[in-house]
Write a protein that binds this ligand. Structure first.
Ligand code: BGC
Length: 266
C-alpha cells in the first residue's frame, strides 16, 4: 500500500492471520494488510457471516482472503486453524493476535471467577496458543512477525476490569519475553496498544452522551480513535519498514497515556 507520503508498505507474498477479524479492529486490520498485498486468513469465533463478507470484499477488490473459524482459547482448535492455513494458504509470515474481550464490569470479590477465567483464556491464553503455533512455523522459515494487540490498559489500571487489565499487562510481558527468545531466528514480536477506538466493544460508552463526555476527558486529542488509526500502525509494524523494532509496544491512543486531567491544576 502506498500511503499518503508515497512510502510503500509492501506485504506482497506474505501470509497473515488476523484473529477476531469478523468485526471491529480485526476487520479493519485484515483489510489494511490485504491492501498492502498480504494474503489474509480471516478468523472468526461465532460470527461467520461478517467474516465471509470481509473475505468477499477483499477478494473482489483484487486481494486474497480465506475464512477460518475456531475458538482461540481452545488449544486443539487453534492447532487445527493453523493446520488448515498451512494447507490452504501456505506458511504463515504474520500473526496478529487481535481477538479479545473486555468482559463484564465487575468488582473483585463481587465478581464471578468464571468470567475472570474466560477473559484470561481469550485475551492471554489465546494469543499464547496462536503464537506458539506461529513460532513453530516461523522458526522453519527463518522469518516472521507476531503482533499482539494489547491496550492502554497494559499500563493504565481500570477499575471493574481486573481480568482485562491483567491479561493485557501479561500480554505485554509475553511480547517482550518471546521477542527476546526468538530475536536471533529472524522473528519479531511487538505489541500495538490502542486507546479508545470506536468499535462495537465499547459502543455502550461512546453511544451514550454522558459516558462519551466522560471518555473525552480521558483523551488528550479531541477525538476518539478510528479503526484505521490502529490498522495503519499494524501494517507498518508488520512490514520491513519496522525491521529493527522488536519487543516493544507502539501506543496508538491520541494521548490517553499523557494524563490529560493534568492539563489543568495538579
Ligand atoms: C477497551 C475499550 C476502552 C479503551 C479505553 C480498550 O482496551 O477495549 O473498551 O474504551 O480500552 O479505556
Amino acid at each position: 500500500m502506498i500511503n499518503k507520503t508515497g512510502i510503500n508498505i509492501d506485504l506482497k507474498d506474505r501470509v497473515a492471520l488476523v484473529t477476531g477479524s469478523s468485526s471491529g479492529l480485526g476487520m479493519e486490520i485484515a483489510k489494511y494488510l490485504a491492501k498492502s498485498g498480504a494474503t489474509v486468513a480471516i478468523h472468526y469465533h461465532s460470527q461467520k457471516q461478517p467474516a465471509d463478507q470481509v473475505a468477499n470484499e477483499i477478494n473482489s477488490n483484487g486481494g486474497k482472503a480465506k475464512v477460518f473459524g475456531g475458538d482461540v482459547s481452545n488449544r486443539a482448535e487453534v492447532e487445527s486453524i493453523f493446520k488448515s492455513i498451512d494447507v490452504e494458504l501456505g506458511p504463515l509470515d504474520i500473526l496478529v493476535n487481535n481477538a479479545g474481550i473486555d468482559g463484564k464490569r465487575q468488582l473483585c470479590g463481587e465478581d464471578n471467577p468464571d468470567d475472570w477465567e474466560n477473559v484470561i483464556a481469550v485475551d492471554l491464553m489465546g494469543p499464547y496458543y496462536c503464537a506458539r503455533e506461529a513460532v513453530k512455523r516461523m522458526k522453519k522459515a527463518g522469518h516472521g512477525v507476531i503482533i499482539n494487540i494489547t491496550s492502554v490498559h497494559e499500563y493504565i489500571p481500570w477499575s471493574g476490569y481486573t481480568a482485562y487489565s491483567s491479561a493485557k499487562a501479561g500480554l505485554s510481558m509475553f511480547t517482550k519475553t518471546l521477542a527476546q527468545e526468538v530475536s536471533e531466528l529472524g522473528i519479531r514480536v511487538v505489541s500495538v496498544a490502542p486507546g479508545a477506538i470506536k468499535t462495537p466493544i465499547n459502543k455502550d460508552v461512546w453511544g451514550n452522551p454522558t459516558t462519551s463526555k466522560d471518555l473525552m476527558t480521558k483523551i488528550s486529542m479531541p477525538r476518539m480513535g478510528e479503526t484505521s488509526d490502529i490498522a495503519e500502525a499494524v501494517a507498518f509494524m508488520a512490514s520491513d519498514m519496522a525491521s529493527y523494532i522488536t519487543g516493544t509496544t507502539l501506543v496508538v491512543d491520541g494521548g490517553m497515556l499523557l494524563y490529560p486531567a493534568f492539563k489543568h491544576g495538579g
